[in-house]
Every structure is written in structure tokens, then in C-alpha cells.
Design a protein around this ligand. Sequence first.
Ligand code: FNR
Length: 184
Amino acid sequence: KAQRIIGISGSLRKDSFNRHVLAAATEFTETDVTLHTYDLAAIPLFNGDLEDGGDPASVADFKRAIAESDGLFIVTPEYHHGMPGVLKNAIDWAGSDANHNVLKDMPAAMIGASPTMFGTAFSQQQLKQSLVAAGASVMQQPSVFIAHANKKIDENGVITNEDTKAMITSSLRAFSEWIDHKQT
Ligand code: FNR
């Protein structure tokens, strides 16, 4: 069965390593799997008052995009040993029960890139916790940490390291198979 996966980057930066990884992931998808990227830039800061009478338009659009997907694929950087506020904010909106929690039972997987040697391990740990708390179903394996990303992605955003390309492809393939497995 054809699958539609929504892909988000935890970094809004134009030349973000993580944005480049997400862009590369869209090219690597197989014919029956489409990865649609969704930009978090328009999502306002979470404020429960804004949920009264329905979500703000940008949030409603984001939540609809998740709800219409078979899975959520997140590519995240790490800030101060945690996930970016941008990403946590998006999860708080998407997983809020006030209107509709679109993360409930949603298959989710993550990868991340950072110039340091730990490659977003702390960030991903935190991200997993929040996704689980929101009711998402989080794929646990394989873990993909793209460490020393500055040596694997060039200034044009091209992934120059073959192992890294293979890791991105295999994580998406594993996610797609894992979603299929859950649905049978
Ligand atoms: C960082 N960076 C970083 N890296 C890391 O591996 N662990 C960390 O705890 C942090 N902390 C951190 C805090 C803040 C505020 C910034 C701006 C950066 C470095 C970070 O990995 C690097 O800037 C990446 O390039 C960010 O990802 P994108 O934007 O390239 O996708």
C-alpha cells in the first residue's frame, strides 16, 4: 500500500544540516513511499488561549498534514543537550487534546545531524519522551545519529558521505516497513 510520510526539520535555518538531510531523504524515498516536507516556520508559540474556538490557521494546517499522513519523520538538531524549542512547540500543538491530538497512535521516527561527536543523541532522547507522552508510537531502531555533520554535508547541502546517505535511506526504509508491519 502506498504510504504518505510527513517530514519536519527541527531547524528553521536555510542552510541547516538537518534541513539538508530531510531534503536528501525526500530524494531517497521509494516509489510507493512519498515524503512530504512541512515547514514549521509559521507555527506560533503555543498558547492554550489560541485553541479556543479552534486552532489558529497555521496550526490547523499543520495538524491536518499530520493527520493525513501514515507517519511522521523528524530530522532534528540538538540545542543545549535537548531538542529545539521549535520542535517541542510543534509537538505541544499537535499533541494537544483541546481540539484534536493528531499524534495519538501516529507512527513516528527520528534522525538528527550535528557537528559534534554525539550527533543529537540527547536531543533525540528528549524528543522520544515527548512523542510518547503525546501518545505517538515511536520506532526505536535503528538509531541514526549523524555526528560530525560538517564533514559529511558540503556547503551546497549535498551529502558527500556515502555511509551517511545509506543511513538516511535505511532509516526511511525501516520506518516504512515498520509502519506496514503495524498495520497488518
Ligand atoms: C548548538 N549546537 C549543539 N550541538 C550539539 O551537538 N549539542 C548541543 O547541545 C548543541 N547546543 C547548541 C545550542 C544552540 C543554541 C545552538 C545554536 C547550537 C550546535 C548545533 O548542532 C549546530 O549549530 C547545528 O548546525 C544546528 O543544526 P542545523 O541548524 O545545522 O540543522
